[in-house]
Design a protein around this ligand. Structure first.
Ligand SMILES: *Cc1c(COP(=O)(O)O)cnc(C)c1O
Length: 364
């Protein structure tokens, strides 16, 4: 058997006629950037998340940048985040000259350990940037309470969690800012780069709306230093189609995850989803010893796996100037050595899941 990790081809086939129709409509309309499709998409995002300040933008990375720029984050500011994430989280902070301050993760959920945040706060702290890793949101009530106590913003890096819920509220609607990605491999993916940024506050929303188009408030009238961060109508049109069936995609991912949990051996550390939240299963990530050997053997059986992520941020060469060293965040370091993501997409069939789990259980 040969297993497809994300099966983007199947996602296309499933709605091929509709995708081709809407794409053709955009091409024939000769309106390509920030037009009707993008406006519709933003409205759909608001309905879906419950947050009526939604803006389409060029990527998840740019969504994070827009939020940080709207807050006027700059040199000497500190932003508290997790070292166990994709590079973009800490990179956008550093890009603006600010300092990422890392706080170790909770070993059960792989998200920032809220109980360790307070001790990292200084006079320079501007915001907390938790990441909703693998599709599950962190302890948002605790994080929001700390932010309120110290008058900080909370920026949710929701690139992997669009559609997830926390106490009934959707990801991107639980903090000062929510930033998500529609990169093809994310749970809701488009056919190129795309993202969205959400604000709880009208003023931030207006500012980001201008900032994603070079700070422009009227043609050639610029009130802010912004960026080229627009979403194109082709991607918005595709996303409008995909969003209509996204709930059922989430349920199918959920069903795949439950089958993995049932069928995997007890000696594998499986994902833990807290009772008050749901995951969109951006990844189904387990923990094992002897990862290199297991990945190699699975690959030989036609089962692709991935590591999210092998090197925590504080040990990345690009962040060596921050002065962290091995041992600073032991939970992140241990998880970085043991995590392994299994194929995850809505189309995995029972027989494929059986094949994957049987193979993995026997070579442990
Ligand atoms: C994918 C991802 C991003 C960046 O999104 P892009 O759309 O690729 O720019 C940021 N943070 C996390 C946690 C991600 O997984």
């Amino acid at each position: 058997m040969k297993i497809d990790f994300a099966n983007l081809g199947k996602a296309y086939e499933e709605h091929r006629e509709e995708f081709e129709k809407v794409a053709l409509d955009v091409m024939r309309s000769a309106r390509y950037i920030l037009g009707a499709e993008t406006e519709d998409f933003e409205q759909n995002l608001s309905i879906f998340t419950g947050n009526n300040h939604a803006l389409g933008c060029s990527s998840g990375t740019d969504a994070l940048l827009l939020a940080l720029m709207a807050m006027r984050v700059r040199t000497n500011d500190e932003i508290i985040t997790t070292p166990f994430t994709f590079i973009a989280t800490a990179e956008t902070i550093a890009c603006l000259g600010a300092k990422p301050i890392f706080v170790d993760i909770d070993e059960e959920t792989y998200n920032i350990d809220a109980s360790k945040i307070e001790q990292a706060i200084t006079k320079k702290t501007k915001a907390i940037m938790p990441v909703s890793l693998y599709g599950q949101m962190p302890d948002m009530d605790e994080i929001n309470a700390i932010a309120e106590k110290y008058d900080l913003a909370v920026i949710e890096d929701a690139a992997q969690s669009f559609g997830a819920t926390y106490k009934g509220k959707r990801s991107c609607n639980v903090s000062t800012f929510g930033c998500t990605s529609f990169f093809p491999a994310k749970p809701l993916g488009c056919f190129g780069d795309g993202g969205a940024v959400f604000a709880t506050n009208e003023e931030d929303y207006e500012k980001m709306k201008a900032m994603r188009i070079h700070g422009q408030v009227e043609r050639y009238t610029h009130h802010y230093i912004g960026m080229g961060g627009r979403l194109d109508n082709l991607q918005a049109a595709i996303l409008n189609v995909k969003l209509k069936t996204y709930e059922s995609d989430i349920s199918r991912r959920q069903a795949v995850a439950m089958k993995y949990c049932d069928k995997l051996s007890g000696s594998i550390i499986k994902p833990t989803i807290k009772a008050d939240r749901t995951s969109v299963w951006a990844q189904y990530t387990v923990r094992i010893k002897n990862r290199d050997r297991i990945q190699k053997e699975l690959k030989e059986s036609g089962i692709p796996t991935a590591v999210h992520y092998p090197i925590p941020m504080h040990l990345q060469k690009c962040f060596s100037y921050l002065g962290y060293k091995a041992g600073d965040f032991p939970v992140s370091e241990k998880c970085a050595q043991e995590v392994m993501s299994l194929p995850m997409n809505p189309y995995l069939e029972e027989a494929e899941i059986d094949y994957i789990t049987t193979n993995l259980n026997t070579i442990l």
